[in-house]
Design a protein around this ligand. Structure first.
Ligand SMILES: [Zn+2]
Length: 417
């Protein structure tokens, strides 16, 4: 059997009545064929149509040997019938409804790809060698093989192509679908890509044949005018396996992307009490202020650390040479800054110094290497829910409370007595 493909006759059919020509089960799924269908089967880089078939949801559409196969399941949620839907049977009439939002989205994006590919061919002799329709963007891989003078596509080049593509949309050029029986006939068209078939060829052209913005063999679904694509926006250009991968979006998705980015920019500029236009300069000014503040903080920390070291030196001088362990509490500084302070004593101090960060309730241990700092942390910190580690001359003992840290320090001191 051969399914009559309604989308080839009219791309705007959204509802129709059909007759069921077969119902089969495949791995627990219900597969239905119809005498006529407007459901586009997956192919040529375009995803399939979805929708409703009576009380059943169409969840996948594939084609094989000129027949269109619809995978269906009883509808759930708002589309569900009361009770169990009646079984689908060969010979029955069934009313079909296309998910038009999805189809139109596909048509806008797919036709956007046509227009942009045609423009890349016209401007740079670039051939579309790969296409991907993702959730967040589409890509085309453009191979520069027709014009030896063109070696690369820069982002500026791509923006030129973007403008030309949008001009095709603004001119609302017609999108024409033509069928040819033979390769010979089809090749009279100004094609941008060699034909892959010898017979039964469908050619899609954007604009007049004499001056087509695009002309290529394609079996997908397209709007009947370029204006319905709405908008084409290129996001970036990347080198890809010797080709140029163009990231872009078309139609409602390009508008949605504009909205999302506009919202982000509005929110950020409001935060900086700025207009969107002034936002970059406000941000730069803020970054300069931040750099100044960082450098000031660095100076202040250094002076503070000098002062703390002087106090620690005095404390150690007072304790004399017999003292094995010096415990010193450092105010204000976090553990990383305390570690920087400890570096001044690392490998050169007498005995063990335990610097306590009040802010982080943790210790930095330093020694000249005769007392194994890392070994002490490894052996005793875990008794008090502590973590950390280090080497012979320095270690971190990280604790979650002052009490635990103090008990650890007591134990270390007892051990070293
Ligand atoms: Zn197409």
């Amino acid at each position: 059997m051969k399914t009559t493909r309604l989308y080839q006759q009219d791309r705007y059919i959204k509802e129709w009545d059909a007759q069921i020509t077969s119902v089969t089960e495949d791995n627990g799924s219900l597969i239905v064929t119809l005498d006529k269908s407007a459901f586009f089967p997956e192919g040529g880089g375009q995803s399939c149509d979805l929708g409703m078939m009576g009380d059943y949801e169409v969840i996948d559409v594939q084609e094989k040997d000129e027949e269109v196969y619809h995978k269906v399941k009883p509808a759930e949620g708002e589309n569900s019938a009361d009770g169990k839907p009646a079984p689908l049977q060969e010979g029955d009439a069934v009313h079909c409804v296309l998910d038009w939002v999805r189809r139109f989205d596909n048509m806008q994006r797919h036709c956007g790809e046509h227009i942009l590919s045609g423009i890349f061919f016209a401007l740079f002799g670039g051939v579309n060698r790969g296409f991907h329709m993702g959730q967040d963007y589409m890509t085309v891989d453009i191979s520069l093989e027709e014009d030896p003078d063109v070696k690369e596509i820069t982002y500026e080049d791509a923006l030129r192509a973007e403008l030309e593509a949008n001009k095709v949309i603004w001119a609302d050029e017609p999108v024409t679908v033509m069928h040819f029986e033979s390769r010979e006939e089809a090749e009279k068209m100004p094609l941008r890509k060699a034909l892959a078939f010898d017979e039964d060829i469908t050619i899609v052209s954007v604009g007049s044949i004499e001056n087509a913005a695009d002309c290529v063999a394609c079996c997908g679904t397209h709007p009947n005018t370029a204006g319905q694509v709405g908008l084409i926006k290129i996001y970036k250009v990347e080198n890809y396996k010797g080709m140029f991968r163009i990231y872009f979006e078309a139609g409602a998705r390009a508008l949605n992307d504009y909205r999302a980015k506009h919202n982000i920019l509005t929110e950020l500029s409001n935060k900086y009490s700025s207009s969107i236009e002034d936002f970059p300069s406000k941000l730069r000014a803020q970054e300069e202020k931040l750099a100044d503040a960082k450098s000031e903080l660095h100076q202040i920390k250094k002076a503070f650390t000098d002062n703390e070291c002087a106090k620690l030196d005095a404390l150690m001088a007072e304790a004399g040479d017999d003292s094995k362990v010096t415990v010193y509490e450092v105010e204000q500084l976090g553990l990383d800054d305390v570690f920087n302070m400890a570096k001044r004593y690392m490998g050169s101090c007498k005995g063990l110094i335990m610097l306590y960060s009040i802010k982080d309730t943790s210790y930095i241990l330093v020694s000249d290497g005769n007392i194994d700092c890392g070994g002490l942390v490894k052996e005793y910190a875990s008794f008090y829910k502590g973590k950390g580690g280090g080497n012979k001359v320095s270690a971190r003992g990280i604790f979650t409370s002052k009490e635990d840290a103090e008990m650890f320090a007591d134990l270390v001191q007892k051990h070293l007595k």
